[in-house]
Design a protein around this ligand. Structure first.
Ligand code: ADP
Ligand code: MG
Length: 481
């Protein structure tokens, strides 16, 4: 699409995010919510909606929903209620889903992304459906039928609905990332898009710039990565602008993102609320939430990502470093311990977001699964700060520390890695290097000053990386200039 056409339009995006709450048992039944067990082994008569059974609300679901609401600056009304949403689908054995319709547990909040505040309309509780395993999947290749696994049915979900406040796919991504950070920090959700513990429906419309009225939206389902979210939005923007440009209309409908084909396709017309025949769930009392209950939960609120980022920046970290570390809660908690031990924050963070993060990714480990302790990292950082070892040596031995838990000092002693800062000793080596490379010396003197790096490299090679780089540079210049 040409940019002139594209620039005529403004994009409007609102996201509905389903977060699976990390409770041990389901929202209305005692069945386990554990993931990955044998199919259909975690279903009680309640989950199946058998006659005569009654749902009982899981209190920790409510605790988690309140905590999330507070983290998202929502109000928690003192009363909410549950409603039945009726629809037929093979993964929904009861024929209805218990959800919340007109009195949700959280209302009217907001979430800040870089430079912008995104409104949160509401967050409501509901139960998840089961999972359909389609032909060809899960080892039933060639079959032409689908199987139902109801282990997931009844898992608690919190659906967080944003205002249509986002104006680009970048903003939508930033919103999702920050929401995921928050959910992870407060410990209510894994936030794993690929595994489906956090799912997102993106509502997208386009309108002419300056228009006061929003266009008709399409709802995109099945986006299960940040990349897919952005691609789906970009695709949908172009599809809708093309339609409008050709004088056609965008239909309000649910569309499915196909990540392989890179396109959305129509799945079904968008239901309106009345299609679901919502009515109050007769088997559950309205839920009253006292101010005391809310206060009690508020007291358990940990430091949120935004506050953490700001604190790190006030310690001297760049915004980039602060953002990178906060996105990895485990590393951030580790870093908090490092800060308490009074280490140089910049050197520490370089290790954590550099070598350590790379190692964890490569080995598919969390930092808790390595042998590195905050104390050991701080010792390493201090050895560098004092000039006992060079930064480069530090970068080499951190891997041994991660794997074996050895202290930095003992590795340095055992392998003789102490930095050589003694001018006399370095001078001898510099002299040697200069003498044995007459051609390079001549070119250097003729103006090829970038050869300095070559000389530094030679000295480092001779000293196995132990020479103090600053002294090496100074001495080399003295000899060459
Ligand atoms: P439903 O539950 O039927 O999907 P809602 O009214 O709850 O409908 O809205 C769902 C989402 O759609 C919200 O996140 C909202 O911000 C967003 N939305 C509403 N109107 C528009 C629009 N014209 N363009 C883009 N998003 C929209
Ligand atoms: Mg919707």
């Amino acid at each position: 699409m040409d940019t002139v056409t594209r620039e005529k339009y403004e994009v409007v995006i609102g996201l509905e995010v389903h977060a699976q709450l990390k409770t041990k048992s389901k929202i209305f039944a005692p069945d386990s919510t554990e993931f990955g067990n044998e199919q259909n082994t975690q279903i009680s008569p309640i989950t199946l909606g058998m006659p005569g059974v009654l749902p009982v609300l899981n209190k920790s679901v409510v605790d988690m929903a309140i905590l999330t609401g507070l983290a998202l600056n929502c109000k928690i009304p003192n009363r909410c209620k549950f409603d039945r949403k009726q629809y037929f689908y093979p993964d929904l054995p009861k024929g209805y889903q218990i959800s919340q319709y007109d009195e949700p547990i959280c209302i009217g909040g907001c979430l800040d992304i870089k430079g912008k505040r995104i409104g949160i309309t509401r967050a409501h509780l509901e139960e998840d459906a089961g999972k359909l395993v389609h032909a060809g999947a899960d080892g039933i290749a060639g079959s032409n039928y689908s199987l139902v696994d109801l282990n997931r049915a009844g898992t608690p979900l919190l659906e967080i609905v944003s205002e249509p406040d986002m104006r680009s796919s970048d903003e939508a991504k930033a919103y999702m990332e920050e929401l995921r950070n928050i959910l992870r920090y407060i410990g209510v959700c894994d936030g794993n898009l690929e595994e489906g513990s956090m799912r997102c429906d993106a509502n997208i419309s386009v309108m002419l710039k300056g228009s006061k009225e929003f266009g008709t939206r399409a709802e995109i389902k099945n986006v299960n990565s940040f990349k897919a979210l952005q691609r789906a939005i970009e695709y949908e923007i172009e599809r809708q602008i093309d339609l409008v440009e050709e004088g056609e209309r965008v239909v309000q409908e649910t569309r499915l993102w196909d990540d392989n084909l890179g396109e959305t396709r129509s799945m079904r017309g968008k239901e309106d609320a009345h299609d679901y025949r919502y009515f109050p769930e007769p088997d559950l009392m309205p839920l009253e939430i006292s101010q005391e209950w809310v206060e009690r939960i508020k007291e358990t609120m940990p430091e949120l990502p935004k506050a953490k980022r700001e604190r790190y920046m006030s310690l001297g970290l760049s915004e980039y470093d602060a953002t990178v570390i906060v996105e990895q809660p485990e590393l951030a908690f580790f870093f908090d311990e490092v800060i308490k031990l009074d280490a140089n924050v910049k050197t520490s963070i370089n290790f954590l977001t550099g070598e350590v993060a790379a190692y964890l990714k490569e080995e598919k480990l969390s930092i808790g699964e390595t042998k590195l302790t905050p104390e050991n990292l701080v010792e390493l950082v201090n050895l560098i700060e004092k000039g006992t070892i060079s930064n480069n040596i530090g970068k080499q031995i951190i891997f041994t520390m991660l794997k074996e838990g050895t202290s930095a000092a003992s590795i340095v002693e055992k392998q003789g890695l102490r930095q050589i800062s003694d001018e006399g000793a370095i001078k001898e080596i510099v002299q040697e290097v200069v003498n044995s490379n007459p051609e390079q010396v001549a070119s250097y003197k003729a103006g090829k000053v970038q050869l300095l790096g070559f000389f530094v490299g030679q000295v480092m090679k001779e000293t196995k990386g132990r020479a103090n780089p600053k002294t090496v540079n100074e001495l080399l210049k003295e000899f060459l200039d």
